[in-house]
Ligand binder design. Sequence first.
Ligand code: FMN
Length: 227
Amino acid sequence: MKVLVLNGSPKKKSDTFRMAEAFLRGLNKNQEHEVQIVNVIDKKIAPCRGCFGCWQKLDGHCVIEDDQNALLDEYRSADIIIWNFPLYCYGMPSHLKAFLDRTIPLVKMDMRQEENGRVRHEALVDFSRIHTVVLCGCGFPDWEGNFDGLKMQCRQCFGNLEMVCVPETPMLNVPEAAPLADPLLASFEKAGEEYAASLKLSAETIARLETPMIPKEMYINIVNGNA
Ligand SMILES: Cc1cc2nc3c(=O)[nH]c(=O)nc-3n(C[C@H](O)[C@H](O)[C@H](O)COP(=O)(O)O)c2cc1C
């Protein structure tokens, strides 16, 4: 299968990309997939101008000539798209959001209403064959609501979606935390294997991946230098 990884961390030594690396190891364990990793921060992707020029042309491309059009070609031909990124202000980092905004050329202006009342644009691409995985990490400990905005956005934007939201991800790059981080990364590898087999993640697997490495109070104390 063709796998496109959109790495949204702007950092060379990324916390959250460690999750993606482990997931990919599992994904490729029994069968080598064609994996393309795009460091979105390195791409020239201007903000959408809102001109709807793409809806005049309807060729699946944007009127702005930068790196986005080549990425749109990769996007529409992928079987699996993995969005991996740190939570920024309860959403995705702005360079990744610019990419998401500029996937609009892959739909038309025409709208249709689904049975459940939801309204969508008609697609130019058969999105039903594309499977999406969102792996997001964040700096806060676990608290209800931290990922709510992002979850809502991803559910609206992506079909065939599996989403994993992990708290305390700075621990993934702290050597002293390795005894706690390594088992989590091993679980990500297992999850990649599970996903390769079924294109799904069970509720148990997601719950395991989202379980905080240490209790909230302990994490806050360490961050505040009180531990
Ligand atoms: C601009 C900015 C905004 C952030 N906003 C949030 C946030 O809303 N919630 C949160 O829990 N962490 C937030 N964080 C923390 C990052 O998500 C966290 O440090 C993550 O582990 C960084 O991953 P990376 O090394 O892969 O980039 C923010 C970090 C930055 C730099």
